[in-house]
Design a protein around this ligand. Structure first.
Ligand code: NAI
Ligand code: MG
Length: 499
């Protein structure tokens, strides 16, 4: 039992189911429908980033566990309890999972906040969205289809969309439930089987989502969940010759390693990587709307969002007014306990991330940027930093070029449209961008000129599974979502028939 674990009863929020889940002791791997310890017996501490206390443990899986998971996933794929099921039946099981996610929303939100540090309100909203995303793919299973092009006379030709086979998914810690759902739902909806590895710093909700999938009726071996470290369990998945496709979200350097490892058996690869997204505000913009959305754009989940709008380009005529309004808004944010309903910004997710972001706060000052607000880590326990706005930033400073993944905004002044586009595109990333203006011509010209997978006009962060999601340049390879979402999780097959 977990008698040495320090599960604090939270003064702001209690959830008996979550507390019972934590009190179970070390959580196990899901392999072939059974919950088992890692072959090595290793375990990893689960740390609450708000208190730095160990609140649970998960199994530390490695290559032997990945081997077992691949055997189970291959057997489940080839024997067909899932790949051979009708899309309607697969959709029913995924819908049952979505219903269970909603039924356990408070419990999941508690565990997500506890493990990741995002505010309870944020977690609650994101889990609701995740359930809807599952339903999109549950319905989508019924819309997977091939084509019947007209080919040579005397022949009939059609295409099929076969599931790829055994897929691997490696997900990050910034938004664990969202990432679990975004990766697993399309892969499963198309009839594939899956080995999923959550991030080592946020594995709790992955275990719970796996339990709910089994409860929803997913056959054994269709999803296998291997918690563990990146260089052990993660690299074993990336290298495994028995895995046909890998889907990864995380940093660009790790994405590069996964692409290299996939060469062994030419896995299909989807990568959703980092960003340094430009958010461009022209002097005719609705200032209030731009300030409030741009604020959320860099402080949501303490800035640990691949899409975060961390390079804010402001036209010179409104620069000072905009910065003044932004500083006022940031000053009003309350940073603290993610369970406190008054909290706007929780801690960073891990000590590693805290050290990284603290390093960039010091670097920004060294590079000559001006701290308009924030600029420090907050003292005491918990991985907290102040939301920070740097002004006087040049696009060639490291704080403007590198993904910080914390609540840190770099403000850069510009003079005209041409300069804004040039600076916005002067980055190795290309995940997202936003433009704020009332001028229709300018809005669409900028949207067309920006090299990014998603462009928002007069909003920030709108997403929809009907729209493709992914990055240009070093922000990724491939796209998730969109009306043709199943292209990335199926193999096309051309069938020619002589009549
Ligand atoms: P990471 O990319 O190394 O971790 C993401 C996932 O990859 C985790 O599940 C991890 O266990 C796994 N992993 C790590 N090394 C691996 C390997 N060699 N083979 C296979 N899997 C491996 O990111 P990390 O180190 O946790 O964070 C560092 C920085 O990466 C962050 O500060 C942020 O800038 C960026 N990042 C970006 C994300 C995004 O969504 N764009 C998400 C997470 C991190
Ligand atoms: Mg944690």
């Amino acid at each position: 039992m977990a008698s040495d674990l320090q599960v604090a009863t939270n003064e702001h929020f209690q959830n008996a189911e979550a507390e019972a889940f934590l009190a179970r002791g070390a959580h196990r791997l899901l392999i072939d429908g059974h919950w088992v310890a890692a072959v090595s017996g290793d375990e990893i501490d689960v740390i609450d980033p708000a208190t730095e206390k160990v609140v649970s443990r998960v199994a530390g899986g490695g290559s032997e566990d990945v081997d077992l998971a691949v055997i189970a996933a291959r057997a489940a794929f080839e024997s067909g309890p899932w790949s051979g099921m009708s899309p309607l039946e697969r959709g029913k099981i995924l819908r049952a999972w979505a219903d269970l996610i909603e039924l356990h929303l408070d419990e999941l939100a508690y565990l997500e906040s506890l493990d990741n540090g995002m505010t309870l309100a944020t977690a609650t909203g994101m889990i609701g969205d995740a359930a809807e995303t599952v339903r999109f793919f549950a319905a989508g299973a019924e819309h997977i289809h091939g084509d019947t092009p007209q080919t040579a006379a005397g022949s009939l030709s059609y295409t099929l969309r076969d599931p790829i086979g055994v897929c691997g998914a490696i997900i990050p810690w910034n938004s664990p439930i969202t990432n679990f759902v975004w990766k697993s739902s399309p892969i499963l909806a198309a009839g594939n089987t899956l080995i999923l590895k959550p991030a080592e710093s946020t594995s709790l909700t992955a275990v719970r989502l796996g339990e709910l999938l089994i409860e929803a009726g997913l056959p054994p071996g269709v999803i296998n969940i291997v918690t563990g470290l990146g260089h052990l369990a993660g690299s074993a998945i990336a290298e495994h010759p028995g895995i046909d496709k890998i889907s990864f979200t995380g940093s660009t350097p790790t994405g590069r390693k996964i692409l290299q490892a996939s060469v062994s058996n030419l896995k299909r690869v989807s990568l959703e990587l980092g960003g340094k997204s430009p958010n461009i505000v022209f002097d005719d913009a609705d200032l209030d709307a731009a300030v409030s959305a741009s604020l959320i754009g860099f402080v949501a989940i303490s800035g640990q969002v691949c899409l975060a709008g961390t390079r804010l380009f402001v036209q010179r005529g409104i620069h000072d007014r905009f910065v003044e309004a932004m500083v006022a808004a940031v000053s009003q944010l309350s940073v603290g306990d993610p369970f406190d309903p008054g909290t706007a910004v929780g801690p960073l997710a891990s000590q590693q991330q805290f050290e990284k972001v603290s390093g960039y706060l010091a670097l920004g000052k060294d590079e000559g940027a001006v701290v308009a607000v924030g600029g420090e880590a907050t003292g005491g326990s918990g991985y907290y930093v102040q939301p920070t706005v740097f002004t006087g930033v040049h696009n060639n400073m490291r704080i403007a070029r590198e993904e910080i993944f914390g609540p840190v905004l770099s403000v850069i002044a510009f003079d005209d449209e041409e300069e804004a586009i040039r600076l916005a595109n002067d980055t190795e990333y290309g995940l997202a961008a936003a433009v704020w203006t009332k001028d229709l011509r300018r809005a669409h010209t900028v949207a067309k000129s920006i090299k990014a997978g998603t462009v928002w006009i007069n909003n920030y962060f709108q997403l929809d599974p009907r729209m493709p999601f992914g990055g240009f340049k070093q922000s990724g390879v491939g796209r998730d979502f969109g009306l043709d979402w199943y292209h990335s999780v199926t193999e096309p097959k051309s069938v020619f028939v002589t009549l």
